[in-house]
Design a protein around this ligand. Structure first.
Ligand SMILES: Cc1ncc(COP(=O)(O)O)c(C=O)c1O
Length: 396
């Protein structure tokens, strides 16, 4: 069987990570892999997570199975975090939630749900979108198509072109949207644009599938969930995939959730029964550990307040770096306007330089970013902002 397989080239981001690790130069700068880093270049365990983790371990008296839908307390706490505690869709009991292994698990399960009901559905993703959206969604058998999104000239969104393309879609087509902190570009819609988009999506009877992987890291936990809450208030149906990898720093523990909004209680119940059966056929049961930590943090006011403070610390660091790197670039590369970096949100920006320039940065200056010039802003440090800006000036 497996003798027929030929080796495939490894994922470019993994190759970039390996090249960075192998580089002995002490000045090296890692803007590649998408994890939050502190000013020492470290991806820390959040203190609120560390404390909740000890409490979870202390209280745990069994390792027996939790169930295919995961931990009900976690699912409920996530619904409240994502939709806001008193959201009309929650009060109407139209939301069903399932704990998933990370946001990836949620995206895949959402795609499997769509395929189950309408296998010919096309899922439309932004140009560009996160590199793993393709494999996760088309892996379920659904087709993918793209809609215009990033405007390289302004570093913002081509909102007119995006709407014009979505306006052409047939009813039932799925639109995958990034709630906030768009990966890889950092370019988000304004609240006004979300309202316009909602009207379009409703009019054309499209199904919104919102991916929220950075709640809290853009403008704050409530502001970042604006689109999810708006759409859930007005749409009959939607899907929302959520990740706790970044905002809780729980990456390797694999914590996420898929929320499904049904048009009424019986249809939501029926959909949930299918969600659980599909999950049973893929991973059977989600890992418990990280979700138990999140549940404890969200449910205890003291822990929750501490976590919210830590999330704002991460957010302030990213916003501060965005401001400071633009200042440095102004000084060292005055011929080019990088002001868009400050207007964007979350960890990523599309830097807007050519592949050759990306390679020159890597080979001559030990600055690592992906070939499309996506940079993880949190990979910068105060101490190397000037080094980075000088390096950019030499390759432009
Ligand atoms: C846009 C987006 N969606 C989903 C995810 C899912 O992450 P995870 O499966 O690690 O929770 C990520 C992680 O990088 C992401 O950037």
């Amino acid at each position: 069987m497996f003798e027929r397989l030929e080796a495939i080239i490894s994922d470019p981001i993994l190759r970039l990570m390996a090249a960075y690790r192998a580089d002995p130069d002490p000045r090296k700068v890692d803007l590649g892999i998408g994890v939050f880093r502190d000013d020492h270049g470290h991806t820390p365990v959040l203190p609120s997570v560390r404390e909740a983790e000890s409490a979870v371990l202390k209280a745990q008296d069994t390792k027996s199975y939790v169930g295919s839908a995961g931990n009900p307390g976690y699912n409920q706490a996530m619904e409240q975090l994502v939709f806001g505690a008193d959201h009309a869709a929650l009060i109407a009991k139209r939301v069903r939630s399932i704990q998933t292994p990370g946001g990836c698990g949620a995206l895949r399960l959402g795609a499997e749900m769509i395929r189950l009901v309408a296998p010919d559905t096309v899922v439309h993703v932004s140009t560009p979108t996160w590199a793993n959206h393709g494999p996760l969604i088309s892996g379920s058998g659904l087709k993918l198509a793209t809609y215009p999104y990033f405007d390289a000239a302004t570093g913002g969104v081509q909102f007119g072109a995006m709407c014009a393309a979505l306006e052409q879609l047939p009813p039932g087509a799925v639109v995958l949207l990034h709630a906030s902190c768009h990966n890889p570009t950092g370019a988000d819609l304004s609240q006004e644009q979300w309202r316009e988009l909602l009207a379009l999506v409703r009019r054309r009877a499209l199904l919104p599938f919102i991916d929220m992987a950075y709640q809290g890291l853009g403008d704050g936990p409530d502001a970042d969930a604006f689109a999810v809450r708006l759409f859930a208030a007005e749409m009959p149906e939607m899907l929302c995939a959520v990740s706790c990898s970044k905002n809780f720093g729980l990456y390797r523990e694999r914590v996420g959730a898929l929320h499904l909004l049904g048009s009424a209680v019986p249809t939501a119940d029926a959909a949930f029964s299918h969600m659980v059966r599909l999950a049973r056929g893929i991973w059977s049961m989600p890992p418990d550990h990280g979700a138990a930590i999140v549940q404890l943090i969200l449910q205890e006011p003291r822990r929750r307040a501490q976590w919210l403070e830590e999330v704002s610390g991460m957010r302030r660091r990213i916003q501060g770096l965005r401001h400071d790197v633009v200042q440095q670039l102004k000084v060292h590369c005055p011929q080019r306007d990088f002001g868009f970096i400050e207007r964007q949100h979350g960890m990523f920006s599309f830097f807007g330089i050519s592949v050759d320039q990306v390679h020159a940065l890597r080979e001559q200056h030990h600055v690592y970013m992906t070939d499309d010039s996506r940079m993880n802003i949190a990979g910068l440090r105060q101490e190397n902002l000037e080094y980075f800006a000088r390096a950019v000036a030499q390759v432009l």
